[in-house]
Each structure stands twice: as C-alpha cells, then as structure tokens.
Design a binder for this molecule. Structure first.
Ligand SMILES: *Cc1c(COP(=O)(O)O)cnc(C)c1O
Length: 343
C-alpha cells in the first residue's frame, strides 16, 4: 500500500476547525493574577483544570516512553472513541468496522452519528479471519477499524496486528484497555512505523481508577492535534488529573495489584475447571474470563439471586457469561454460589 496521508481520511470541516485555545494554558507565567476566566477567587478547586494536561501528560509520556505530543488524555477512553469517530467519519455517510463480538461502545458512538457499523465475525476460537477482514474492508471502505486486543468480552489477544495496519485503507484503533494483564507486547512500539495507528489505553482497569474517568490515546502528533482540536478544553477535571499523577508516582502499588489479580486469575480458573456446570473457559489475557455453562440461564439467575453480579453474554455468545476477577473473598463467593447449584 502507498504511503498513507492522514488528512485524506479527515472530515473537511474538522480540518478547517479552529481549536478553542485557553490562553493561560498555552503560555508561561510566573505568578499571574487570574482575571481571565470568570472563576471565583475563593476556595479550593476554584480554577479550571489545565486544558493541556501538561503535568499529567509529562508523567504518562515518561511512563510509556513517548513524547507528550503523542498523547491526548480523555474523560475515559470512551470519550476518545467518540472523538475519533467524529474526526474521521462523516455523519450518515461513512462507516466504521469492528470485530464481532467486541466492545459495544464503538457501535454505540457510531450509531449516534448514524455511521454504519461493519462487523467482522470472529471464528469459533474468537480469532480474526483475515480473508473476511480484507473482503469487508474492500466492500465497505470503512474509515476506522477498531481492533480490541485483548478483546472484550472474549479475553484473547489479536495476532499479527501489523497485518491490519498494513492492509487497511484508513485509521486502525488498537484498544488496549487490558494490556497490563497480558504478556503480549503493546502496539505502542508500532507508532513510529504506522501513521494510521491510534493506541487507546485506560486508567480504569489495571490502574484501578475507573471512578476518575481517565483514558489516553497515543498516535502521531498529527492525529493528536486533531483530537486536541475537537475535545472539550476542560474534559479532564483537576481532581482526576491529580489523582492519576499520584497513582503513577505509586507504581509499586499498581504492580502489586496487577500481580495479585494475575494470581487470582489462576486460582479462579483452577476452581472453575472443577465445576460441573462449567463446560468451557476461554483463554484470557485480561482480568476476566468468558465462561461457557451447561445451563447458562439457571447459573446466571442463581448468581443474581445471591447478588453476585456477572455479565451475561448469551444469547449473542451462546451459553456464555463474562466474569471478572475479584479479591479472593469475592472469588470465593462466586464459587460458593456455583457449588450450591450442584446440589
Ligand atoms: C473498559 C473498556 C474501555 C474503557 O474505558 P474507560 O472509558 O477508559 O473507562 C475501553 N475499551 C474497552 C475494550 C474496555 O473494556
């Protein structure tokens, strides 16, 4: 494929859009008197957050071995999915493509703009079928391909990601919401090679900060500038920015938690293997299992009665429930309910 130019995929009105610039955030001051933003001079958190998220981006850049110009921070990666679709897909006209089954939010945000959603069915092991991908992208010319790896709700990773980057005439978004639980390589290292790549990561899963709503998109500076242009200037609040900076400073705690979840993942798997009601546990690189049950409706109902909340994927994925790893105590509660079913 010839060298891709990114602007050919961008909506014309977005290319012409002037970003909202907070003058204060784009200039250096020593001890400014702030009378420019109609804020209250009193109290704490009385000031707008840094719209450029300078300190936070510097932290993330150091952590990920990137430059701050390759990063944009969002109100969760959900916001970034929404913005990416807005930048590249003309409403009512363009299409996105995604794996099936995969994360529901790609189709959700596409539907809001009446963008068509092309779904590439995975095979019985939830692997991509390359011929189908090639055929469907040729036929439908989608602007964006959302590739979720490790995939939610199946848990497995996508092999040979470079194939999709090389063979897609548009933007490839690799959603790495669960990458910290996987021993597979992140696609961040492919950023220097592929100008059409956007990598999404989040602080909601392995970092344990779902309540803060912070996610990142990493890409070329050209794409990051476009996302900065369309994002709400104050999209990430000051409390969340501070909290994430602090979490990155406490890297040990993060690593401990991830290791603990991986230990629990092994424990839960070995317990589930012994259950009569379990017919299959799909391999996972994430903090959850997709589990196939012999009597899925009965199992799900029983769990619900006992207030153990799980994520039923049946009938879309026949007989399956998605269950995420909890503490040992929580995992034991799950197993105890499943044990009751036997009798
Ligand atoms: C949980 C999840 C996200 C999440 O997002 P935030 O908005 O950052 O909380 C993104 N992608 C996938 C596949 C997820 O499962």
């Amino acid at each position: 494929m010839e060298q891709l130019t990114i602007t050919q995929f961008v909506r014309k009105n977005i290319l012409e859009l002037q970003p909202y610039i907070s003058f204060r955030d784009h200039n250096e001051f020593e001890a400014p008197v702030l009378m420019d933003a109609n804020e209250s001079p009193f109290g704490t958190f009385n000031r707008y957050p840094d719209s450029t998220q300078k300190k936070l981006k510097r932290k993330i850049a150091d952590l990920k071995n990137l430059s701050p110009g390759q990063i944009v921070v969002g109100n969760g990666s959900d916001e970034l999915i929404d913005l990416i679709i807005k930048i590249f897909c003309e409403p009512k006209k363009d299409a996105i493509m995604m794996m099936n089954p995969s994360f529901a939010m790609y189709a959700f945000y596409a539907a809001i703009n009446e963008n068509k959603v092309i779904k590439v069915d995975l095979d019985e092991n939830f692997e991509m079928v390359k011929e189908n991908f090639l055929k469907m992208s040729e036929e439908n010319q989608p602007k964006i391909f959302f590739l979720c790896s490790p995939n939610n709700p199946t848990g497995n990773s996508v092999d040979d990601i470079e194939f999709y980057l090389q063979n897609f005439n548009g933007i490839v978004v690799v959603d790495e919401a669960y990458i910290e639980f996987s021993d597979k390589k992140s696609s961040l290292e492919l950023l220097i090679k592929y100008p059409n790549l956007i990598v999404l990561q989040t602080f909601s899963k392995a970092w344990g900060k779902a309540g803060a709503r912070v996610g990142i998109a990493c890409a070329t500076e050209e794409i990051i500038k476009l996302i900065n242009t369309v994002k709400a200037p104050y999209n990430v609040n000051s409390l969340s920015q501070e909290l994430i900076i602090k979490s990155i400073d406490q890297l040990d705690e993060f690593q401990e938690n991830v290791e603990n979840i991986l230990i629990e993942r092994d424990w839960l798997e070995s317990e589930l293997r012994q259950m009569e009601c379990v017919s299959k546990i799909f391999p996972t690189d994430a903090n959850f299992f997709l589990v196939k049950f012999n009597n899925v409706d009965q199992v799900y109902q029983k769990l619900l009665e006992e207030e153990v909340l799980t994520n039923k994927r049946s009938p879309a994925i026949p007989d399956c429930i998605r269950i995420n790893i909890g503490t040992r105590e929580e995992n034991k509660s799950l197993i105890a309910v499943l044990n009751k079913l036997k009798s």
